[in-house]
Every structure is written in structure tokens, then in C-alpha cells.
Design a protein around this ligand. Structure first.
Ligand code: MRU
Length: 345
């Protein structure tokens, strides 16, 4: 199965429209920044690493037709594009990392001609794509060593092909383990409210031939109580310097359950997901999303009374002491996270 979540094609950003899955595999060609901003906000493209790439390609898209006469003019245009894209979603650090990488690439060529500056930014965006492919495979390689033949694994949201370029972080570990010949069974939490687990994770695991069973989020405890889960693995949107990890809402409750049932709980993420400027989870900005995502969902009719008060945070934070290990593209990190993250990242 050769699926690319996001790439540069025909002078546009080509993405899979993830809101159409699993009913339809539909691609969008994005040719302007506003459409990209909306695609990010509406989760047509989503998942922390994919957002980093979307941001980088977005910067190129935003400046490729620039007519700036000098670097100062070019820099002004660049800043405007970066500032705009930075307002699309707040939690995944990869988005801001992608923007920063592009800014640094521009700074390196600031004495060159306009065409060369544009070329350098295109090259940087392509490098970010290639690096994502490599780092996901490294995460897979390191993480698969922790998984045994016949393991049953629980996951939440989607940290797979659809959250990266073409392999995944948490699901990349499962793909690698199965490529090594290990039989892995997966339970996928549906992931309320937007059902990334039900719509996306089951879709891609099924396509890859992995044994996957869908559950409602509130069934995870029962499965663990019955001794049916050997490991839990999730991705991350931002990891603080002490190892606290923000991920899709519901991840924290799985970590608490895993600790109670003595099931190892792993986070898988590339180094671009670490935010060492943030000491602990207290400083991670959690995106709040609209009430309709909960009250209407995908149904035509509301599933709650009109005007009901709604609390809809898109992410939660798992404290580092509930995480057995963090699987990164630089190796597997264990406690004490503060020291080991500093040494490795
Ligand atoms: O709101 P989403 O779908 O962008 O949330 C995505 C997640 O929470 C993923 O688990 C996370 O970004 C890790 S992706 C490798």
C-alpha cells in the first residue's frame, strides 16, 4: 500500500482529505494559504508530524510567487505567511517547528537572489518530508524491539501514515513489528469526538493487513481488566522537557488505566515533537474546539439539546510518571526523563 498523506505536486500541496475517510480516498490540491489554513483547522490534514510538513510546504506556497526586491521585503512577506499559519492550530509543536525550520532556511540564504531564496525554501520543505519518512522508520525500528510476537496493543487517535508522510509513529512501531514477522493484534479506540481512531486508524491498519478491532473509548478499561491488552501505544503533539506528553483527549485516561492494570504505556514521537522550552505540562496550550463537534458529531440531527453547555478540549496531558518509555527517532528514552531527554534531544 503506497499512500502519501501530504506532498508537493502540480505546483500545489496535495493532501488526502481525511474528513472524507473511510468512505472515500479523496485528494485535494491546495493552491492558496487560506485553503491550507482551513484544511488544517478542519482536520483535513492533521496529526503532529503531518502538520509540521503542512506548515513547511505552506511557507513555500506563500512565498513562491513573491516579487520582493530585496531580503527585507522578502522577510516581511515570509513573516506574514508564518504568522498566519501559526494561528491555524495551537497544540502540536511540530507545526511551529516546521515554520521555524523554514525561517532558518531563509536566513541562511538572505544574501542570495530571490529565485535562489525560493529554491532554498523548496529544498528545505522537501528535506522535512524526507526526514519525516526516515524518522518514522527509526521510531518503528527502535519501538518494535519492545513488542513481542502475539502482543495485543491498544492505541488511540491516529498516529499512523495519515498523521505523517507515509509510515507513522505509534502505528509505525506496529508496522515495523509486523514486518519483522511478529503477529500483533490491535484494539483501536474510536476517539471521540472526531473519531480519528474509528475513521482513520482502522482504515489504514486494515489496508496494511493488521488485525484490528474497533472499540468505543469507554471499553478500554474492561479490556484491560480482562487481561486482554499487553501494551498501550500513542503518539504525541508536544512533549515537555520533563517528559509530560500532550496527545489526543483520552490518552491520559488510558495511561491511568494502564498504570492501574500494570500494562506498559508507550509514547512514540520524533524529536521535532519535543518542546524543551516548556518545563512541564502546565505550559502546554490545549486547543479548545467547537461545541458542535460533540453535539452534532457527524449526524445530521443534534445528539444533545440545543444550547447545552459543552467542554471540548482536543488534547490532554499524560504526566511523565505514567509513561513507561518514549520511543523517539534517536532511541528509546526512559526515566528519569528530564535527564535523558536533555542528553538525547
Ligand atoms: O486532532 P488531531 O487529529 O490532529 O490529533 C492528532 C493526535 O493527537 C495524534 O495522536 C498526534 O498528533 C500524534 S501523530 C503521530
Amino acid at each position: 500500500m503506497d499512500i502519501r498523506t501530504i506532498e508537493w505536486k502540480n505546483d500545489a500541496i496535495k493532501i488526502i482529505d481525511q474528513t472524507k475517510l473511510p468512505a472515500k480516498l479523496e485528494y485535494l490540491y491546495i493552491k492558496d494559504l487560506k485553503t491550507l489554513w482551513q484544511a488544517i483547522r478542519e482536520l483535513k490534514v492533521r496529526g503532529a508530524p503531518a502538520l509540521g510538513t503542512a506548515a513547511a510546504l505552506g511557507v513555500y506556497l506563500g512565498i513562491k510567487d513573491s516579487k520582493a526586491k530585496n531580503f527585507s521585503e522578502f522577510r516581511k512577506e515570509l513573516d506574514k505567511v508564518i504568522k498566519y499559519l501559526a494561528t491555524s492550530r495551537p497544540t502540536a509543536i511540530n507545526l511551529f517547528w516546521g515554520l521555524k525550520e523554514m525561517l532558518q532556511a531563509a536566513e541562511k540564504v538572505k544574501f542570495k537572489r530571490l529565485a535562489e531564496m525560493k529554491k532554498a525554501l523548496f529544498k528545505q520543505a522537501m528535506k522535512i518530508i524526507e526526514d519525516d519518512r526516515v524518522s518514522c522508520r527509526k521510531i518503528g525500528l527502535y519501538g518494535a524491539k519492545l513488542f513481542k510476537n502475539n502482543d495485543t496493543v491498544l492505541t488511540v487517535c491516529n498516529a499512523g501514515i495519515l498523521a505523517t508522510i507515509d509510515y507513522g509513529t505509534a502505528l509505525g512501531v506496529i508496522y515495523r513489528a509486523s514486518e519483522e514477522g511478529k503477529k500483533i493484534k490491535v484494539f483501536a479506540c474510536e476517539t471521540r469526538p472526531l473519531l480519528q481512531g474509528a475513521r482513520l486508524t482502522t482504515w489504514e491498519l486494515k489496508k496494511k493487513g493488521i488485525d484490528v478491532t474497533l472499540i468505543c473509548d469507554n471499553m478500554a478499561a474492561t479490556l484491560m481488566q480482562q487481561g486482554k491488552i499487553d501494551k498501550v501505544i500513542a503518539g504525541a503533539d508536544r512533549i515537555a522537557a520533563n517528559g509530560d506528553a500532550a496527545n489526543k483527549i483520552g490518552t491520559y485516561s488510558l495511561a491511568v488505566l494502564a498504570a492501574y492494570h500494570k500494562v506498559p504505556f508507550y509514547i512514540a514521537a520524533p524529536v521535532s515533537t519535543f518542546d524543551l522550552k516548556i518545563k512541564s505540562s502546565k505550559n502546554i496550550l490545549i486547543e479548545q474546539r467547537s461545541a458542535e463537534e460533540i453535539t452534532i458529531l457527524f449526524s445530521k440531527n443534534p445528539i444533545a439539546p440545543p444550547g447545552i453547555k459543552v467542554y471540548n478540549p482536543a488534547f490532554d496531558v499524560t504526566p511523565h510518571d505514567l509513561i513507561t518509555a518514549i520511543i523517539t527517532d534517536k532511541g528509546v528514552l526512559r526515566r528519569p526523563y528530564k535527564i535523558n531527554i536533555k542528553k538525547c534531544i
